[in-house]
Write a new protein. Sequence first.
Length: 420
Amino acid sequence: MSALLDSLATGFSGDAARRAVLEDALREGLPGPRTEAWKYTSLRQLERRSFAPVDALAALDPMLLADIPGPRAVFVNGRYSVALSLTTDLPEGVSLQLLSEALAEGGESARFLQRRFERGDEVFARLNAALANEGVLLRVDEGARIEAPLHLVFIGAPDETDRAWHLRNLIELRAGASLKVFEHHFGTGPHAHLANTLVHVHVGRGARLAHARVQEDSDRATQLLRTDAVLASEAEYRRVDLELGGALSRHELNVRLEGDSARLVANGVLLADGRRHLDTRLGIDHIARDTACELTWRGLGAGRGRTVFHGGILIREGADGTDAALSNKNLLLSENAEIDTQPVLEIHADEVKAAHGATVGRLDTSALFYLRSRGLPEAEAQQLLTAAFCREPLAIIENPAVRELLSHRIDHALAGLGAP
């Protein structure tokens, strides 16, 4: 067994059922280069590292969250912070419960934890199923329409020891509900922790969920995230992901469009500079009739960074009327950066409209020449074109304030690149 798995197993404190899940994960081991889903993301360095469980809640200055309004739920190194959270005035129709509370209660509130993961490449999902003892359960009542965004904040704080934590979150909207969720993932200082997070998203019939996520963790941090979403009839799920930080960050976004006329719009930006490795894997499953997905992703490689993107769309038999579109464009800003993109389209139904495309290239020399001919310095012209390229996925955001905030985070990350 690897040092990584050995160290993670020391944090186990569950029942016999969760022990069996943990033993399955340990027996299977970490996926290697021959595992297709991990072909472009090596775990050799990670498997030699050891992590300790989080043993105390780190104290942070509340001013770090001055720009994040309530309602908000804040986790520091995987532990819920009552002092930093603002959840006393939740809008009517919204309930927020900690996973630790649901586990203590048992019953229906924790039913989603019964999900099992059978594939050999799902080892981190299995580890999460065995080891997660905290997270947030966010539910919206039928017909409730919530205007103000709810913020989920996950902070990595420095520690003398490398820590690991496992969070399990649920976002559930009942029929006809609407909600906006803003996820913040960032570090307060240098650290090399590991966060293993599993998110379940259930969007009920006719419900609308708008979901933005910004990952800006420390340059040595490891972020492993999996999102499993299920959409009912006429449901709409719109999300934007910005991957701007971490040493190793991998996000698996799996969406099942199970109800007729369900719609998914999922866009994102992957910005890999330095020696950063960013891996995003989409698995979009069209099951019902007249469903639609629109996927617009932009990748950028600078320094010795590496961007990996897999966009998989499956249209099952009987999913007639499906409309699916995937666009993945990527920019290489240095000779030593690497970008791997793999669009996949699998169709088993008639009367569908589907298209996918991927490109890897450099900045348009004609556009650069035009800007420089207008008096812009080369570095400024390059940054202007790069910013415009990265902002394209933000067009789906209806809230101007949220769109401006995400644009600012992209500009801040690009400024840290220096001249491409």
